[in-house]
Write a protein of this length. Structure first.
Length: 73
């Protein structure tokens, strides 16, 4: 960042300069960022699992409706 740019974040509709944070506050902010990344990754994995589950349900339903085709596979 340039000299004139401030490192600002908004918490509860109040803007704060991160450069003014204590070390403990900076650590808390880092935890929040890390947890946001982990939540995003977990949601991505959950989406994959749900789609995979639905695909297998569809495959099972199809094999029950057409048992001859299922045995050929």
């Amino acid at each position: 960042m340039g000299k004139n740019e401030k490192n600002l974040i908004t918490v509860n509709d109040i803007e704060y300069n991160v450069d003014d944070f204590t070390d403990a506050q900076k650590t808390m902010l880092n935890h929040v960022g890390d947890l946001d990344r982990k939540l995003s990754s977990a949601q991505f994995n959950l989406d994959q699992l749900n789609v995979g589950r639905e695909a297998f349900i569809g495959m099972l339903a199809g094999s029950l409706e057409n048992p001859e085709e299922a045995e050929a596979e």
